[in-house]
Design a protein around this ligand. Structure first.
Ligand code: ATR
Length: 277
């Protein structure tokens, strides 16, 4: 029987996930279909019951349900629990188990462009929202040595660091401190909304000097190259935009559901085409 997967969110009409996953199912000859479900917040519990009743094999979870979904699941993976958000659910013999592949997907995408292991790298994360939390906790859970977090609201960065149970050396920085010290980092990860369409001129840092071989990664994918990434490229950095994070979080979910690693380059091409080439 055809297996059914999906993504829940609201709004969800513009989700790129169905295109990406359905193509990957077809490419691997897996008899499955992935559908986008718009679920209102007050219907979330009913929706999960319905998914269980019809035996949905797994689903992704996006805004605004990533936190609220947790109360309806049977088990939650340790990292997802620490992050406090679930973006992937696996139906294992009728039990719904919640994971978070945003952070792991992001780190896999970073590893795909980093020539050396991340463990000894000096990393700066800009922003202290949900995406920053997933990435920071995942890096910490992997044993990365030192990651600093800069945020407009300093207390939020300090709180994020303080709430991390994994051992890591980390400092909360003001944006000015990040500006003054950005040349010290091997990897700079931009997780705020600064520079996102339509405010494409905005940038959290005025890059002056980057460490040799630095990587600058921005989780924004609209525009494809933020002002920060353009400046980073001019300074000789290796740059990465948010398409990779999106594709890898999807690939990790796909692997959890099917035990097969999809063709990420193919997934990426689908997303780029859908975004307008
Ligand atoms: P997400 O869940 O996508 O990470 P979020 O939780 O809304 O998004 O977090 C947004 C991040 O962007 C925060 O770090 C926020 O900084 P504050 O904690 O100070 O609010 C940051 N951010 C948003 N607009 C910003 C701006 N104009 N200047 C600097 N930082 C900004």
């Amino acid at each position: 029987m055809k297996q059914l997967y999906g993504v829940i969110g609201n709004p969800i009409g513009h989700s790129l996930s169905p295109h990406m996953h359905n193509d990957a199912f077809a490419a691997l000859g897996i008899d499955a279909h992935y559908h986008a479900f718009a679920i209102e917040e007050e219907k979330l519990g009913d929706a999960v019951k319905g998914f269980k009743a019809i035996g949905l094999s797994g689903f992704n979870v996006t805004t605004p349900h990533k936190v609220n979904i947790m109360q309806y699941l049977d088990e939650i993976d340790e990292l997802a629990r620490q992050i406090g958000a679930v973006n992937t659910v696996v139906n294992r013999d009728g039990k719904l188990i919640g994971y978070n592949t945003d952070g792991i997907g992001y780190v896999r995408s970073l590893q795909s462009i980093s020539k050396e292991p991340l463990h000894q790298k000096r990393i700066l994360i800009i922003g202290a929202g949900g995406a920053s939390r997933a990435i920071f906790f995942t890096l910490a859970s992997m044993g990365v040595a030192a990651v600093d977090i800069a945020n407009r609201t300093l207390e939020k960065a300090a709180e994020l660091i303080g709430s991390c149970r994994y051992s890591i050396q980390a400092e909360a920085l003001t944006m000015q401190q990040a500006q003054d010290r950005h040349h010290e980092y091997d990897i700079i990860i931009q997780t705020t909304t600064l520079g996102m369409y339509p405010h494409v001129q905005d940038t959290p840092l005025q890059l002056q000097q980057l460490k040799e071989g630095a990587i600058v990664s921005d989780i924004i994918y609209n525009p494809r190259q933020t002002a920060l990434l353009q400046a980073a490229q001019q300074h000789g950095a290796v740059i990465q935009n948010g398409i990779d994070m999106f594709v890898y979080q999807g690939a990790m979910a796909f692997e959890m559901w099917t035990s097969q690693w999809p063709d990420v380059e193919r997934m990426k091409q689908i997303v780029i085409t859908k975004l307008g080439g």
